[in-house]
Design a protein around this ligand. Structure first.
Ligand code: HAM
Length: 410
């Protein structure tokens, strides 16, 4: 994922796992579930309220402000790391989860929205996961307040046909009512006014440009006029990638949008920005469901087997030399039959097995076995690393090695 971001000019960045609680309260928004219910906030020994980060964007913008990187042109950053939300754990919803995050800060240009979306699109394409890009615009400080009033009026008009908690939510943040999953609320709000009909001319032009750029680049989307998302900082372009194959509680693999007011909200200069975060845990689930989770690469290139107690010191020296030569090498650290050792080496994915028995020790040599070619030869101890490197660089494994076959020395 990060490689796709690197190819698009995003630089690696890291931010702290915890920050001042006020950063998230102001940035993510007081009225959001994330801040009201899901933050791991605590008081540290200095009496300060700090929180484990519930997301990465606020910390990125805080760091860029603090280090004077805002206002110096477009900054494109990408990184991955854990975030924390106190939610009810279930498949695809953890209290510590991992995100990959991409942010482009410093430009109001709709082309930067298209750029961040394109990076995500290429990631899903390279992973081979089928996702829908749900796309909308949430307007800005010009047009959203009037729309918000209009929507609130509509929701109030429904009176007590709406459950009490939904009415309370409407008073705090009426937009959030629109993306509630409860079918009764959906039905009652089917005729609610939609922001797309209330966008001011600059927001409408921005949205049109994003869509036409995406269309030209071959990125498809689904118009999602009820998409709201759970963070308050969004303005204009807002989107989510949904995987149809997962349950509704975890079908959002990622999402993001533009946050032109965030820097000022947290005390920085004006700095328009846009970006997204993908949930790694959910992406892995989606890969699993699609049968596309790749096999982990083989861990070891060489397994060194001391076949007599006297060979243990030589084996330790050999693994040291192999590692110094840049080859992943290990030994079994367990008493087993030779057959058991060969099986364990095959399980560990070792391409080469280095055998140290009495005969080898007496000759100052080791038997080096190519597990794929099933060929074995004796090599002086100080030439083992070179021979292993030669085999490891050769053509890949021809098939599963046969653990029963120690093979005859040529
Ligand atoms: P978000 O939609 O809150 O956006 O989270 C992004 C992704 O993180 C979700 O789509 C989901 O895959 C994953 N995720 C969220 N909560 C959990 C959880 N409890 N367990 C597992 N996965 C989870 C943001 O965080 C914004 N900061 C994105 C952004 C970046 N907007 C602009 N820039």
């Amino acid at each position: 994922m990060l490689e796709q971001a690197r190819l698009a000019g995003y630089q690696r960045m890291e931010t702290p796992v915890f920050e001042d609680t006020g950063l998230f309260a102001r940035g993510v928004g007081q009225s959001t579930d994330v801040v009201q219910k899901e933050m791991y906030a605590f008081v540290d020994k200095g009496g300060r309220s700090v929180s484990l980060r519930p997301e990465l964007t606020a910390g990125v913008v805080r760091a860029l402000i603090q280090h004077g990187r805002i206002g110096a042109g477009l900054v494109k950053v990408a990184f991955s790391g854990p975030s924390f939300r106190y939610e009810r754990p279930q498949a695809g919803r953890q209290r510590q989860f991992h995100q990959v995050d991409v942010e482009a800060i410093g430009s109001p240009d709709p082309a930067t929205d298209a750029d961040v979306i394109l990076v995500g699109h290429e990631i899903f394409r390279s992973l081979g996961i089928d996702v829908s890009l749900m796309l909308t615009s949430l307007g800005d400080a010009e047009c959203r307040p009037a729309y918000r009033e209009r929507l609130l009026e509509f929701l109030r008009g429904l009176g007590d046909r709406l459950p009490a908690e939904v009415r309370a939510r409407a008073e705090q943040n009426p937009l959030r009512v629109l993306d509630m999953k409860d079918p009764r609320v959906r039905e009652l709000t089917a005729g609610a006014p939609l922001i797309r009909d209330w966008l001011c001319a600059p927001c409408k032009a921005h949205d049109d440009t994003v869509r036409s750029l995406l269309a030209e680049a071959g990125v498809g989307w689904v118009d999602a006029p009820r998409l709201v998302r759970g963070l308050d900082y969004y303005t204009r372009t807002t989107f989510e990638w949904q995987a149809g194959a997962l349950d509704a509680a975890q079908d959002a693999l990622g999402g993001g949008g533009r946050y032109d007011g965030l820097s000022e909200l947290i005390g920085g200069p004006s700095a328009p920005g846009t970006g997204w975060a993908l949930g790694l845990d959910r992406t892995v689930l989606a890969l699993e469901r699609a049968g596309r989770l790749p096999e982990p690469p083989a861990q070891l290139q060489a397994m060194v087997l001391p076949l007599t107690p006297a060979a243990r010191g030589v084996a330790l020296t050999l693994v040291r030399d192999l590692r110094r030569a840049g080859l992943a090498a290990d030994q079994p650290y367990a008493e087993r039959s030779l057959r058991g050792h060969m099986k364990a080496a095959a399980r560990a994915g070792a391409r080469v097995v280095v055998l140290l028995g009495d005969d080898e020790l007496a000759a100052g040599q080791a038997s080096v076995r190519d597990m794929a070619a099933r060929e074995q030869g004796q090599v002086p101890l100080d030439a083992v690393a070179a021979r292993v490197a030669e085999i490891a660089a050769g053509p890949p494994d021809a098939g599963p090695p046969d653990p029963d076959d120690r093979g005859a020395a040529p």
